[in-house]
Design a protein around this ligand. Sequence first.
Ligand code: ACO
Length: 434
Amino acid sequence: MSRLISKGSVELRLPDKTISLPVHQGTEGECAIDISALRRETGLITYDPGFVNTGACASDITFVDGEKGILRHRGYDIEDLAENCLFLEVAYLLVHNKLPNKKEYQAFSRLMNHHSMIHEDMRNFFNNYPEGAHPMAVLSAMVVSLSSFYPEIEREEGHEDLDITVTRLLSKLRTIAAFSYKKSIGEPFVYPSHKYTYCENFLNMMFASPVNDYHPDPVAVRALNLYLVLHADHEQNCSTSVVRFVGSAGSNLYASIAAGICALWGPLHGGANEAVIRMLESIRVNGGNVDRAIERAKSRDPRFRLMGFGHRVYKTYDPRARIAKRACMQLLEKFGVGNDPLLEIALQLEEKALKDEYFVSRNLYPNVDFYTGIAYRAMGIPENMFTVLFALGRLPGWIAHWLEQHSSEQKIGRPRQIYTGETRRPFVPMDERP
Ligand code: ACO
């Protein structure tokens, strides 16, 4: 449960009265003015488009210090988790607030295997998507459908074991993701297998076929594990806030996460990894002129931003991007594709942008999405699956936040607005309207 510390109060002086607003502090020192009584006491609301300054909740899960470039899950530095952990360990950590011991990990993995299949009736859904359907659309629709196949989570009485709910979703999302890819290329589905680990299973379901006896490459398996860990949670980002928001209405876990998947899809959020590759590719086919791309990004052309650059919270190098970049270079080297022209363009873009006044003065650095797409390409993963991989990685975070939100006494999410439309006007019957 959240441990808010009282830090006294601040005064808000208005022309006709002065009110006192409590200040709360979190365990890492961040302070917030509690305005929950503001409207009741003054008739005023706050105005904060994009919730840039608004703490929507107190949370025990992830700490980000955007000025110092710190990211910790349940107190553990992302560098330590990325270096030492399997994705499932991090998933367990996010949900249970502890790293699993051997026994807990084995039990968790067993459940993952046990719940990896999807209902055959659900498998049939895939047949009805048009060719070329984006896997994110399929993913979201399939996840919300899970609530009709596994309604146990809705029932108050005899709540099922938390690990079952969690592993069912984690395991099935991986199967759905791989099936949606197979559907998009018109190949038969490959079922999950107990003999593989989480990441091996995913790669096998993606790349094995009746004519290809695929063996997951350990280098690709390690890289995939690392990228999933890097995406596992990031406190109140857009998609996680959506999951919490939908959950605040009492909607079930599957419905809330399906909404989060839709939010993640956007190019300003998780969809950026796909957009980065499209941008790099377009620079390449237009002669590789990096300076032109930088100038265009600076020109405030609303149709062009340097994708994979900038972040709402990080005002320094995104710690995930640093790890993702290092891993990407190692991966390309090991696969012998170190001379990927897109990597060359990305490195040049980064170097130039980090010296350019526009990017420096706005604290715009590469974010986690800047190098991940290049690494996924090297692993043979197609572009339209990049954001799906982000969703697979982010799933434990979404689940942890939904559970946290569900177990606290939080109110339904319902912001206010400043109305700026027409004021009252007389009604005009249809035949009198101009
Ligand atoms: N290229 C060019 N200029 C940029 C970029 C960029 N990528 N990002 C921000 N800016 C500029 C803005 O134009 C603005 O300039 P101004 O102050 O002169 O008006 C300033 O930097 C601040 O930008 P905002 O849009 O106000 O910052 P915000 O915090 O709202 O947006 C966001 C953050 C959405 C990530 C933004 O940086 C962006 O669009 N980046 C590109 C898309 C991207 O990579 N998204 C992935 C984010 S990470 C993730 O979701 C996993």
